[in-house]
Design a protein around this ligand. Structure first.
Ligand code: HEM
Length: 229
């Protein structure tokens, strides 16, 4: 809602024009998007900070949407279905049987995973991809490893360089990134003392979160930049 707040905007609408508008009234309600002269596109940086597979659960908690919700306002649980049964060829059949409405209401009543280290879904370490004819490929995909590889092959800046480019303070030791002793020990085992080598995705998950935030400060700044466009 910007500096003027919700009450002002609800009463008087969006004010301030192209330059001051985003500051005074926020981004929602601008008459036209401001692309700063560059056609809208999603940047590689945006893709990289959106690598949020840790949000995915291990199981879907399927709920009976025909029954009355319980005390916690959730419809009663029918059963937990492992996520690996809901993806690929077999997953498509299973989801058609469950139906769109049950699936989406159930998902709406389930909390997502946290964007933290050691919370990557293990079922994503052995995914079966399909070829263009829809046949299962023989070589399975370890998505956890592939994501780090993708950022490297696309020349996405490592964590510290990425932060410098956003004018954010880089880390100079592992303790700047996180207070978690297990995490700093493991980061040291993998990267030694060279904090410049830290991969972006690992850094985003390890980073201390700002109070009240589910995503890292680094990702948040990229979201802000994209939202203004
Ligand atoms: C059942 C759920 C999901 C499955 C099976 C899945 C699987 C995949 C796979 C196989 C890739 C491509 C890997 C590659 O070749 O580079 C991918 C990419 C990606 N996924 Fe997911 N994903 C799921 C959900 C999500 C969610 C919930 C998010 C974010 C909130 C997400 C964000 C991304 C992003 C940002 C990429 C990179 C896209 C790109 O390179 O252009 N995915 N995912």
């Amino acid at each position: 809602y910007g500096l003027l707040g919700k009450k002002f905007k609800d009463t008087f609408g969006h004010v301030g024009g192209r330059i001051l508008g985003p500051f005074l009234g926020g981004l929602v309600g601008l008459k036209k998007p401001n692309n700063h002269g560059v056609p809208y596109s999603l940047t590689e940086e945006f893709v990289s900070v959106y690598r949020m597979h840790s949000l995915l659960p291990d199981d879907l908690q399927l709920r009976d949407i025909t029954a009355k919700p319980g005390l916690n306002k959730s419809p009663p649980l029918i059963r937990s279905i492992p996520m690996e049964n809901l993806i690929g060829q077999e997953g498509e059949k299973a989801i058609s049987k469950i139906g769109f409405k049950s699936l989406f209401v159930s998902m709406g009543h389930q909390a997502c995973g946290a964007l933290e280290l050691w919370n990557y879904p293990l079922w994503m370490k052995d995914l079966i991809a399909q070829d263009p004819e829809g046949r299962d490929r023989p070589d399975h995909v370890d998505l956890m490893a592939l994501e780090v590889y993708r950022d490297r092959e696309r020349d996405i800046a490592r964590y510290n360089e990425f932060r410098r480019a956003l004018l954010l303070i880089p880390i100079s030791k592992w303790e700047d990134l996180t207070d978690d002793k297990d995490a700093t020990k493991t980061l040291k085992e993998v990267y030694g003392d060279d904090v410049e080598k830290l991969d972006l995705l690992v850094g985003l998950m390890a980073e201390k979160k700002i109070k009240g935030f589910a995503i890292s400060e680094t990702a948040f700044v990229v979201f802000l930049l994209m939202a203004t466009r």
